[in-house]
Each structure stands twice: as structure tokens, then as C-alpha cells.
Design a protein around this ligand. Structure first.
Ligand code: TTP
Ligand code: MG
Length: 384
């Protein structure tokens, strides 16, 4: 049966909240991200976007583009509160809600028609209820899968409502620029352009093998997305048990500097995903598969729960240092489990967060231990 997936994304989220809290800013170019020139733009109101301002642009550049803009600091606690209100509204519609960031979620509304009306009616009710409770607008996309629902929600921002059926998907993808595919960054865009590929649909001209060779595992995903296919399920937050990243190495190795670099990258990835979900974890593990395909998992539990890539990295590094490595390694991975929702983390207030110095001391200790064991060359980057 066709699934019905709804993707919802709030419009100019941080800026919209500031305009709500300061009605005199309505209709003005509002830029949230900081008042000094050192930071970057978190987001800009649609009025400010007309000046070419966008997320991640340095503030000084935004000032050049829009000297009369209103520059505001980030008030994250307030935005998180609003986010909670919105997610609660969504969870009243269905428990199948996957929060992907502070202002974005997927809902699986398959089979809800009898209860709540057709997809368009469901989307309208969600929009109405959010507006009633928060006075904010959002954009919604509905499609047979998460990928198409996400691109649909972006199509008619702000206050959009876009439905893509399985039948329209081909036409839609034929004109969708590749940069709009989630996960496609600058370098992928460049490579695809070299093949003369500009739209998502045009990716179909490359074979599965070509895509695999050129882009690795992500190539296989592109192969599917080009056909409008995406089987990934909507996973409600409380069902996420762990977040991990792992990698089969290009060749079997015992090179500790390579392995610690991999762990560092994986710790970054995992920490980013934790933060996206508003989660922190207490158990950090590494997974190692050796050249003879035997495997070990080593874990340690820490307090307080963390979403910091440094904390994850140094704990993972320590686990690696404690692990006898008699054989070459084929695969390495980092996982964080024992997850808590940030808001539910009662322990956070019981354990004061270790001061930066203490964290660094532990990090350096782990690095020293590794150096002692494997020689100085192993970890080159000073603060790692
Ligand atoms: P987005 O949904 O990407 O942006 P938005 O809601 O401001 O605007 P749009 O109408 O296009 O959806 O991100 C949600 C919030 O996350 C955004 O308001 C600010 C924050 N954010 C950052 O802090 N840095 C970033 O680079 C991005 C993209 C978002
Ligand atoms: Mg948004």
C-alpha cells in the first residue's frame, strides 16, 4: 500500500518567533544570529532574504547587504519552548512523529483518512492548530515517502501546502535541481554537473554501478532518489535507541592515526545527529571488525549524558586505546546509546557539566595513553 508521509517545516523559524515577540518588527528585515560581526546568520526573515541574506552567511556580510536590517541575538531557550509546543500538537495527531530538527518533523499519516480526513484536510488542520496556538506559519509537504515529502514542503514556502502523488513524482523530479536533494552538497553537485546532470531526474542516466563507484554508498541512495523511491520509515524519537556511525575502511589497517581520525569524524557525525534530535547519550561504544571478520564492541557509560563531539571522541579513543589490536582492522564505528531527551534529562541538573578544563584534561590523558601505547606519531593534531 502507498504510504502517506507528511513533512512539516516552520517558516523562518527563529526570525518568525522574534517578530511574534516584538510586533514592531513585523514586515522588517530581521536577521537572527548575533549583533557582533563575528558570528553567522542563523536565519533571516523573508523580508531580509530579499537582500540575499541566508543561514550560515557571516554577519558582517549580511550587514553589507542590508545595513538597515535588524540584527538580533539567538534566544535558543525560547525557540526550544515553541518547538516543544509544536511537536506536542503533532503528537496529538499521531504517535508516528519523527522530529528531525528544532522546526521540522515527519509524520506517517498512512491510514488516518477515516479518522481525520484526506491528506489535504489533515495538513490544513495541523496548520490551523499550530497557528491557533503559536501564531506561526509552517509549510507542509505530503508524498508517498520522506524524500518527496521534504522537497514538497520546500516548494511553496512560506505557508505552503504541496502534495506530490506517486504519479507526479517523475515530472516533479525532472525539474528538481540536484542541490535540493537532501544530503547533496557542493562537491556532489560539481561532480554531477561534470556528467551534465542538473536535475534529480537526470541522475537516472547514470547506472547503479557508475553511481556506486563515483559516490560510494550515497550513490546507491541517489539511484533510488532519482526514481522518487525512499523506503526509510518514520521513526518516533522514543524508538531511537542509539545513534551510530561506522565505516568499512578502504583497506585493512593497524594505523592508529588513521583510526583515530575516523573515530573523530564519526564522533562529529553522531554528535550532530544527537543535537538534531535534541538527544543526549550516556553510553559510548566503539565497534571494531577485524580482518578475519571477528568483531568486538567495547562500551563505557559516562555522566552526565552528552551530545558533545569532544566527549564522544575522547571516550571512544580511550576505548580504542584499551583494546589490544593484534589483527588489522577492517571496520570501525562509534555509537552512543542510553539516550535521553534533552528535556527529560533530570540528571543533567544533578551532575554539573564538567568544566572545559576538566574535559580537556581527560581528553589529553586519553591521547597520552594512546601515544604511550602506540608511539608519538599516532595523534598529530594538537587539541584533536
Ligand atoms: P530552517 O528550517 O532551515 O530555516 P527557517 O525555518 O529559518 O526558514 P525556512 O522558512 O526556509 O524553513 O531552519 C530552522 C531554524 O534552524 C532556523 O530558523 C534557524 C536555525 N538554523 C541555524 O541556526 N543555522 C542554519 O544554518 C540553519 C539552516 C538553520
Ligand atoms: Mg524552517
Amino acid at each position: 500500500m502507498d504510504r502517506k508521509i507528511l513533512h512539516i517545516d516552520m517558516d523562518a523559524f527563529f526570525a518568525a518567533i522574534e517578530m511574534l515577540d516584538h510586533p514592531e518588527l513585523k514586515g522588517k528585515p530581521v536577521i537572527v544570529g548575533g549583533t557582533t560581526n563575528r558570528g553567522v546568520v542563523s536565519t533571516a526573515s523573508y523580508e531580509a532574504r530579499r537582500f540575499g541574506i541566508h543561514s550560515a552567511m557571516p554577519i558582517f556580510q549580511a550587514r553589507e547587504k542590508c545595513p538597515d536590517g535588524i540584527f538580533l541575538p539567538v534566544n535558543m531557550e525560547r525557540y526550544k519552548d515553541v518547538s516543544k509546543t509544536i511537536m506536542k500538537i503533532l503528537e496529538d495527531f499521531t504517535p508516528l512523529v519523527e522530529t528531525v530538527s528544532i522546526d521540522e518533523a515527519y509524520l506517517d499519516i498512512t491510514g488516518m483518512e477515516d479518522l481525520l480526513g484526506n491528506p489535504r484536510q489533515i495538513a490544513r488542520r495541523i496548520k490551523e492548530q499550530i497557528y491557533d496556538e503559536t501564531r506561526l506559519t509552517c509549510s507542509i509537504g505530503i508524498a508517498p515517502n520522506k524524500f518527496l515529502a521534504k522537497v514538497a514542503s520546500e516548494m511553496h514556502k512560506p505557508d505552503g501546502l504541496t502534495i506530490i502523488t506517486a504519479d507526479d513524482a517523475g515530472t516533479f523530479l525532472a525539474t528538481l535541481p540536484v542541490e535540493r536533494i537532501p544530503g547533496v552538497g557542493k562537491s556532489t553537485v560539481e561532480t554531477l554537473k561534470r556528467y551534465g546532470i542538473k536535475s534529480a531526474g537526470e541522475i537516472k542516466t547514470l547506472s547503479k554501478d557508475q553511481l556506486l563507484r563515483r559516490f560510494g554508498k550515497f550513490g546507491l541512495r541517489l539511484h533510488e532518489l532519482a526514481r522518487g523511491a525512499d523506503s526509510s520509515p518514520v521513526v518516533p524519537l522514543r524508538e531511537i535507541k542509539s545513534i551510530s556511525a561506522e565505516e568499512t575502511l578502504p583497506y585493512d589497517t593497524g594505523d592508529l592515526s588513521l583510526l583515530s581520525n575516523k573515530i573523530q569524524g564519526q564522533a562529529d557525525t553522531v554528535a550532530g545527529r544527537l543535537r538534531n534530535h535534541g538527544l543526549k547519550g550516556k553510553t559510548i561504544s566503539i565497534k571494531i571488525k577485524f580482518s578475519d571478520f571477528t568483531a568486538v564492541t567495547k562500551a563505557q557509560t559516562i555522566a552526565p549524558a552528552t551530545d558533545s563531539s569532544r566527549m564522544i571522541f575522547y571516550n571512544a579513543l580511550q576505548l580504542l586505546a584499551d583494546q589490544p589490536l593484534k589483527k588489522k582492522i577492517r571496520l570501525i564505528g562509534v555509537e552512543v546509546s542510553n539516550l535521553l531527551k534533552e528535556s527529560e534529562d533530570a540528571q543533567m541538573s544533578l551532575f554539573p557539566i564538567a568544566p572545559a578544563e576538566e574535559r580537556d584534561r581527560k581528553l589529553y590523558k586519553a591521547i597520552d595513553e594512546i601515544r604511550e601505547k602506540f608511539g608519538r606519531k599516532v595523534i598529530k593534531r594538537g587539541g584533536a
